[in-house]
Every structure is written in C-alpha cells, then in structure tokens.
Design a binder for this molecule. Structure first.
Ligand code: HAM
Length: 418
C-alpha cells in the first residue's frame, strides 16, 4: 500500500471548507489593503535560495528539497516565497512600472523538517511583500494585516513580538559584542549553539536550550546597539502599532531563521498550538533586492503558516465546519422518474442552487435520511398522486412546512428556495 510521504498531508473534503474560509478572509484582507496576488513557480534555481535565505541557515543547510534535473541544473522546491517574489520583481522590472509594489501570495512550501503537530514538509503559507519603500508604516501595515486576519478568524490567544536587527553595520558591532560576551561561556552552550557560534552567532539568541537561554540572560541586547536611523525607524513602528491598538511585546532575541532581515523583525505567536507556536513571521529586508542583482530597493513582508493557523483555530474552537449545506435534495418516489429528477436537478443547478439527488436507487426513507445528512434546506418530492396531477411537493426541511407546485412552473419555486 503506497502512502503519502511523511510530513505531507491530504486535505480531505471534510476539511476543505476551513481552507476556503481561511483563504477567503486572507484574500479579502489583502484586497482591502490593496495588495495584488503574485504566483511564482513551485521550483527555482537552488542558488536563488542559498543567496537570499543564507548558506548557514537551517533552511538552506539542511531542509531544502534540492535535486539535479535531467539537464544537470540544481533546482529546489521553494521553502519560502520572499526569494521567488524578489526574483520575479527583478526579472520583470516591476520596480520601473510601479514605485511601490504591494504583493501577496498563497502557496505550498517545502522544507524537510522533522514532522510534528504544526510542522510539515509540505505546508502552506499566505503572505505579503511590499517592495519599494522604507516607510515604517509598511512594517506596521504587515503586522496589522497579519493581526487583522488572525482576529477575523476569532483567535484570541495571540501575541505580537517585535524586534529590530538594525543595519548591517550596527549588527556587525553587536555581533562582536555578543561574541565577546559568549567566548568564555562557549563550552557550556548546547552543541547547536557552539556550531552557531562559529557560523551564525546571532541565531544563538534563538536557541531552544534552557541552559543557553540562562547564559543569554546577561547578554548584551541588540536594541542597545541600533544606529540612529534604525532606532528612529523602530520607534515609528512602535508608535504606529500603539496608535492602531495592536498590543505587542519587544523581544530582543527575535532574530528569525532567515539571513536577509534588516531593521524590523516580528512574529505572531499562539499559545494554543504547542511547540510550533509561531503562526507568522516577517520583517524588513532592505538589502535583499540589491543582493540578488536588482536596483537597491527596500522591502518588507511576512508569511503565515496556514496549517498552524487552522490548528490554532481548532484548539481555540473558533469555528466548526463539518459539512456544508445544500439547497435542494430531490426525492423520487418511483424509480421510473429518475430522468425527470435529473431534469429538475439540472434546472435548479442552472439557476445556481446546490442540488443533489439519489444515484444509488435508495428507498424513499433513506433518500430522506440523505437529505438530512447533507443539511439540505429543502426537499422536492417527485412521484405519487401529485406527480400524476402534474405537481411536485416542495418541503422546507427546517420547519417541515410544504407546498405543491406545478411541474411546468418550476420558476415559481425559485423565490421560495432563495
Ligand atoms: P518563516 O518564519 O520561515 O518565514 O515562515 C513563516 C511561517 O510559516 C511560520 O511562522 C510558520 O507558521 C510557517 N511554517 C514555517 N515552516 C513550517 C513547517 N515546516 N510546517 C508548517 N508551517 C511552517 C518565511 O518563510 C519568510 N519568507 C517570511 C517573510 C516574508 N519575511 C519577509 N517576507
């Protein structure tokens, strides 16, 4: 028996309405903020990701699905969207057409991580990128949009965390200080942090080890090393968030797992999804476009994990979709009437109603049961004495009331079932 690959998941019809619901809210909110959708390919040249996300990050060094195709090119299934969006932005000179490009996406992503609740190898993100402005209002707008979507979904137990990584220059000074602070404590750090000490020292701040975190308590804070420009930018982001009544915490250890960030980083965390608590994350990346060969252009964005959000919704009990309602279930009393039933179904489907009938030659009783199971609002009953008189019965299944209609005047039913 061939099974789905570990870390991938089928989305079954019984779950699909949650996804539609989430996608609808996401599209509505991005539309309100005037973001337009962009769709980039599922796979890209591997170098796009290593050059943007960073060679030493977990994503690039151990999580990417990379393969050599039949032409000998190294290609990678996208582990995130920002790199692809920036590639497309440069390739199609979008910056020349519009000075500010506000883009959004909904797409599957691929990372070979150890699967657990809320962590998959194929997962889905929605997200947004604004390319072309260094306004702190856009940093805040990203947080506001993400927060707005999560609130619209009914999530309550969420926390916004923000930080600033400053400019490259200020960050380098900070890294030196952090190195100075950690050098004589290095041996006590976890193996992973020892490794990061050499390769990507900032990521030690992200460590999950309790002992590491204890050591880090006295560590210098990145916020204290911000240059004037970054400090001012961070202040403005905070003021805007305060004005918008978006509660936030400053987390000076929030460095994120991708190397392209400058200045603002943020995450929204849920207390209701276990270890994989980050529902969304993002930040500013003012150097990335230039780094990938484009004209120097600032950018800011975020992405959210849709499986995690749906898990949080389930755990907070914010919605409960089991099955959708249908409008009409047509019940036939005699098997000879199958063709008539199909015609009536076709008539109402053409008018836009969701219509179902029995294809399994079931008894009248079990057709009725099926109509109820499908939460049908109405039943149309075809057959018996009424049919001989050229009539059918329309039954309202919520209150049990019913009315007869002429078979040749189905249009009269429309007003009743609307
Ligand atoms: P990220 O933090 O790597 O950022 O991912 C964003 C979100 O995707 C996470 O907060 C999480 O909800 C979800 N996610 C990540 N990995 C998995 C996984 N294995 N299974 C399930 N969900 C997952 C980025 O991807 C950046 N591109 C965000 C960004 C956009 N920054 C600027 N613009």
């Amino acid at each position: 028996m061939i099974k789905a690959i570990t870390g991938t998941k089928d989305i079954l019809p019984s779950e699909i309405f949650k996804w539609y619901y989430l996608e609808e809210i996401v599209k509505k909110v991005f539309n309100i903020y005037n973001y337009l959708e962009i769709r980039t390919p599922i796979f890209e040249n591997t170098s796009l990701f290593s050059r943007s996300i960073g060679e030493e990050t977990d994503i690039v060094s151990k999580e990417m699905y990379t393969m050599i195709d039949r032409s000998g090119n190294s290609i990678t299934l996208k582990p995130e969207m920002t790199a692809g969006v920036v590639r497309a932005f440069i390739e199609h000179s979008l910056g020349e057409k519009n000075s500010l490009n506000k883009l959004y996406y909904i797409s599957p992503m691929f990372r070979q991580e150890r699967p657990q609740a809320g962590r998959l190898r194929q997962f889905h993100q929605f997200g947004a990128e604004a390319l072309g402005s260094n306004s702190p209002f856009l940093d805040a707008e990203m947080i506001e949009m993400a927060y707005f979507i999560l609130k619209q979904l009914g999530l309550k137990d969420i926390i916004v965390k923000i930080n600033s990584l400053g400019t490259n220059q200020s960050r380098e000074i900070y890294k030196k200080e952090l190195r100075k602070f950690l050098i004589d404590k290095k041996d006590k750090l976890s193996d992973e942090s020892k490794n990061r000490f050499e390769k990507n020292i900032l990521r030690i701040l992200d460590s999950k080890s309790e002992l590491d975190q204890e050591i880090l308590q006295q560590a210098p804070s990145i916020i204290d090393f911000l240059d004037e420009e970054s400090k001012e930018h961070f202040e403005e982001v905070k003021i805007y968030l305060l004005e918008l009544n978006i509660p936030f915490e400053i987390d000076t250890k929030l460095v994120r797992g991708l190397d392209y960030y400058t200045k603002t980083t943020f995450e929204i965390i849920s207390n209701k999804v276990g270890a994989q608590s980050s529902l969304c994350g993002g930040g500013r990346y003012d150097l990335l476009i230039e780094q990938l060969g484009g004209k120097s252009t600032p950018g800011v964005g975020f992405a959210a994990g849709m499986e995690r959000i749906l898990l949080a919704c389930e755990n907070e009990n914010t919605f409960n979709f089991s099955i959708r309602n249908i409008d009409i279930f047509i019940i036939r009393l005699d098997k000879e009437l199958n063709l008539k039933v199909a015609q009536i179904a076709s008539y109402f489907r053409n008018k836009g109603f969701i219509v179902e009938y029995d294809y399994l030659n079931r008894s009248v009783k079990s057709q009725m049961r099926e109509a109820n199971r499908l939460n049908s609002k109405f039943a149309i009953i075809v057959g018996g004495e009424e049919y001989k008189r050229g009539e059918i019965i329309l039954k309202n299944l919520s209150d049990g009331s019913q009315r007869n209609f002429q078979l040749n005047q189905l249009n009269e039913i429309i007003d009743w079932v609307k």
